[in-house]
Design a protein around this ligand. Structure first.
Ligand code: PLP
Length: 433
């Protein structure tokens, strides 16, 4: 069986039968997990184009999630910037406040069709945990969420939300007690309960078929947005801009425009305190960006340059959490510690399809720093009456940089992946500090 089918343009649809996007993706998991993943692949291949499954999913998107989400012309912000027209795809208006529900619900429905009664998931900031707990409550599935105890302390309201929704939240005490340790614990659970349990991964990440499934479920964003912009503006956007954590909201909106060669696709990563500080989550940013900061020492050597090279994380191809992709690593090949003001972008790995799109030149990737994202957050509040998620504010920041240099009839379509209610404390602290 193969997931490879031809789309209209004659290009093969990726991933290939091995779950590869070019040379990225694939399945790098313990032997014990292979048969479990085989079952998921088989079920998904069967249901992917099944009219009954699609109809049930689309019915729930419409009657429960609140789709289609609107497309908003940000007129005051655009006028203020004095250049291109900015349009916002409003995933912030969905049930649970972000795009994650599109994927969680799709996978929960798949699990139910597979006859699984128990769902497990990992969560860092709690957003994917809440989306999964929501889908499980709706579909009557048992739900166990793994979460590092450090994250649980940081994200107390989301822990409470998950419990309200009927989920069991299991604190993970191993390692750094954060997201990657929660992933390991969830995998351990899955290996020991392969028959009744299904693992929902929260972004376009992990071993095949997860990046494919997540992209398929999120591609509703791009499909809707394309039809909406044609209706409202009478033409395609010039650029589509989305923030990139694991990459699910970005791949979801990009997918609607992949075959439109005139539409530029721009992913925005978390620049944190700045690439030159080494404290960020910009896997595609090059350390060379920081070379201007390097000074020659008295003996004429580039001493700071070597410090940068040895201490600063760089995105390199590696195997991480079941897939081959670009991962932020230290010089010794260890997974780097990341930093972002937005928890959803604070991750060392990126979805394999984005690496492929970067390599073939179809999408470009840039970053916004914490400060730029905060400024964009405030701008959207004041000019449009919309409080965006800090993740989404990174995409808005990029639009704010680009718009003034572009003509008035140029269109920038920004994916507003979520709302900012969850971030108010962070913004309050950052504003006071
Ligand atoms: C989780 C999250 C993200 C980052 O995840 P992706 O998979 O990269 O989309 C972005 N925005 C919001 C609002 C989120 O909750």
């Amino acid at each position: 069986m193969s997931t490879q089918t031809e789309i209209e343009t004659g290009h093969p649809t990726l991933p290939d039968a091995h779950g590869k996007f070019g040379s990225y993706g694939g399945r790098f998991v313990p032997e014990t997990l292979m048969p479990v993943l085989d079952d998921v692949i088989e079920a998904y291949e069967e249901l992917r184009d099944d009219p009954g499954f699609r109809a049930e999913y689309e019915h729930l998107l419409k009657t429960y999630v609140g789709r289609p989400s609107p497309l908003t012309h940000a007129q005051r912000l655009s006028a203020h910037l004095g250049g291109a027209q900015i349009y916002l795809k409003r995933e912030d208006l969905l049930h649970t406040g972000a795009h994650k529900i599109n994927n969680a619900l799709g996978q929960a429905l798949l699990a139910k069709r597979m006859g699984k009664r128990r769902i497990i998931a990992e969560t860092g900031a709690g957003q994917h945990g809440v989306a999964t707990a929501t889908a499980c409550a709706l579909l009557g599935l048992e739900c166990v969420i793994y979460m590092g105890v450090v994250d649980m302390a940081r994200q107390e309201p989301n822990v409470f939300r998950m419990r309200l929704l009927g989920a069991e939240v299991r604190g993970v005490e191993s390692g750094t007690k954060t997201l990657k340790d929660a992933v390991n614990e969830a995998i351990r659970d899955w290996v020991s309960h392969p028959h009744d349990t299904y693992y929902i991964i929260g972004s376009a990440l992990g071993p095949h078929p997860y990046p494919l499934m997540c992209r398929d479920f999120q591609s509703v964003i791009g499909k809707e947005a394309r039809a909406q912009i044609l209706e409202q503006a009478g033409r395609l956007p010039d650029q589509v801009i989305a923030c990139v954590g694991g990459g699910s909201n970005a791949i979801g909106i990009f997918y609607g425009f992949l075959d439109d060669a005139s539409v530029k696709l721009i992913g925005v990563e978390a620049g944190g305190y700045g690439i030159e500080t080494g404290k960020h989550a910009a896997r595609f940013a090059r350390i060379e960006n920081a070379e201007w900061r390097i000074e020659k020492s008295d003996d004429g050597k580039n001493s700071q340059f070597s410090i940068l090279n040895s201490q600063f994380p760089q995105g390199k191809v590696g195997v991480f959490q079941g897939m081959k992709t670009v991962v932020l690593q230290n010089a010794d090949g260890q997974i780097a510690e990341t930093h972002s003001i937005s928890a959803g972008l604070d991750y060392a790995g990126v979805g394999p399809e984005h690496v492929y799109l970067r390599d073939i030149g179809r999408a470009e990737y840039t970053f916004a720093t914490d400060d730029e994202a905060l400024a964009a957050f405030h701008a959207l509040c004041k000019f449009e009456g919309i409080i965006p998620a800090l993740e989404s504010s990174h995409a808005v920041a990029e639009a704010i940089k680009r718009a003034p240099q572009l003509p008035h009839d140029h269109i920038l379509l920004v994916n507003l992946s979520g709302r900012g209610d969850k971030d108010l404390n962070t913004v309050m602290k950052a504003t006071k500090g």
